[in-house]
Every structure is written in C-alpha cells, then in structure tokens.
Design a protein. Structure first.
Length: 249
C-alpha cells in the first residue's frame, strides 16, 4: 500500500530569481513480507488455591514448576523475549488474571444432591494465587501438545498457538527495502507528472503515527491474520515516511 502527497513548495528567492520553486514530496510507503515461523507461542494462566496467601503462593510455584518440567519433556521451553512489542506478546498479556472466585466455586448439582445441604455451614473461603505463563514450541504440532498439557493443568490456554519470529531483523529489513522501492517509484511518477528533474532522496523516517490510516490498517490486518486459519508464516509490516526533492529542468 502506498499513500503519497505533496507537503511543500517553497523558494525563498523566488521573487528574485523568477524561477520555479523546488518541490519536496513526502511519501508514505509500506512493505510486507512473510517469513516461516521459528517458534510457536502458547500462553495461559495458572491458578492455585490455599487456606492462606502463603499457602496459595507455594502451591502456585509448585504447579508452574511441574508444568514447565512436563513441557520441557516434549521440547517446549519458556517463552523468550522478543525484539520488540508484538501481537504475540499483546495476546499473551490478554490472557488476564484469575481471581480467588476460582477457588470458591460450588457445583450446584452436588449442592442439591447433598441431604441437608441448606443447613450445612458455608465452607471457609480459600485464597487464590495466579500467574501468566508463555511457552515456545519448535513446531505447530508440538505447540498443540503444549496446549493440551496446559488445559490438563487447568492453565486456561488460548485455543491455538501464535507463529512468531524470535529475531525479525532480516524480515524487517526486507520489508523496509520493499517500502523504499515503492517510495522511489512514486517519487519518479511525481517528477514525470510535474515535468521536473530526477527526485533526490533527502530523508527517511520510521516513526509511526498512531492516528494515521496506514497504521490503523496494519493493526486491523494483524488482528485479522491472528483470528484467521492458523498458518506457519509470520507477517512483517513496515511503514516508512520518505522525503524527496524534485530537481529543476
């Protein structure tokens, strides 16, 4: 996707020289590449209960340690930090916390089936402790086994893993090159349309404008890809703002 527009046409000495003012063109161009994933991330949230906070914390530590050990046995490791904030990280954080209400639920069927249940004293409330967990699997099939293990441990995992790149440097550079090529093509088109000389690149910015239509479009596409059928590739989108000065003829 390429969005371009003119931002200025200023010449301080125009009145003196009588020549045409130089034109500066600012072009916003995006690059998009897809790369095979090197990891598949699964996330969840572990809950443990106890009579006291200390007891719940200790139970939580045991459950997490046991879960990590069982996943290591199938080649799944604790999640590595990514180079920059990502969709995978955002979705993992959205797994949310689980409160003590999860430790004090009563099955209505059991309650109704118990003779004299209405007259029984209410059991003492238990305290809950919870922690988010994230793991990286080497393949999608192994990631699905990890999700099954998280489910068995009542760790409330997501339904499917997210394909990720631990290091996306190469992918981002390829996307930048694609965006820069598009920007150069648009600048050349401006030069032809205005009858000016060749375009000279004067500035490149990677700064993202959160209010821009382009940035919003990228976020919508990322969320859409995550919600669609699972794939084994990671989409990398980069937007550059590139400025050119059009030469005189």
């Amino acid at each position: 996707m390429v969005t371009s527009f003119l931002i200025m046409a200023v010449l301080a000495g125009q009145a003196v020289t009588g020549g045409s003012p130089p034109v500066t063109v600012e072009i916003v161009a995006s690059g998009h590449v897809e790369t095979p994933a090197d990891r598949f991330r699964v996330s969840g949230n572990v809950l443990a209960c106890g009579a006291t906070k200390a007891e719940a914390d200790a139970a939580l530590a045991r459950k997490v340690a046991e879960l990590e050990a069982s996943l290591r046995a199938i080649g799944v490791t604790k999640a590595q930090p990514l180079e920059r904030p990502s969709l995978a990280g955002m979705m993992g954080a959205m797994s949310g916390t689980r409160g003590s209400y999860g430790c004090n639920t009563v099955d209505l069927k059991d309650l109704l089936a118990s003779p004299g249940a209405a007259t029984k004293p209410k059991p003492a409330e238990r305290v809950g402790a919870n922690a988010p967990v994230s793991f990286d699997a080497p393949s999608r099939s192994v990631a699905m086994r990890a999700i099954a293990a998280l489910t068995a441990a009542d760790a409330k995992p997501s339904e499917k893993p997210i394909a990720i790149l631990i290091d996306d440097t190469t992918a981002r550079r390829a996307a930048k090159q694609q965006a820069l090529t598009k920007a150069r093509q648009e600048a050349a088109a401006y030069a032809v349309s205005l009858g000016s000389g060749p375009a000279t690149l004067t500035r490149i910015s990677e700064k993202q404008d959160w209010n821009s239509t382009d940035f919003a479009g990228q976020m919508v596409r990322m969320i859409g890809l995550a919600a669609s059928a699972p794939g084994d590739s990671v989409a990398t989108d980069v937007t550059l703002t590139v400025e050119f000065r059009l030469g005189e003829r």
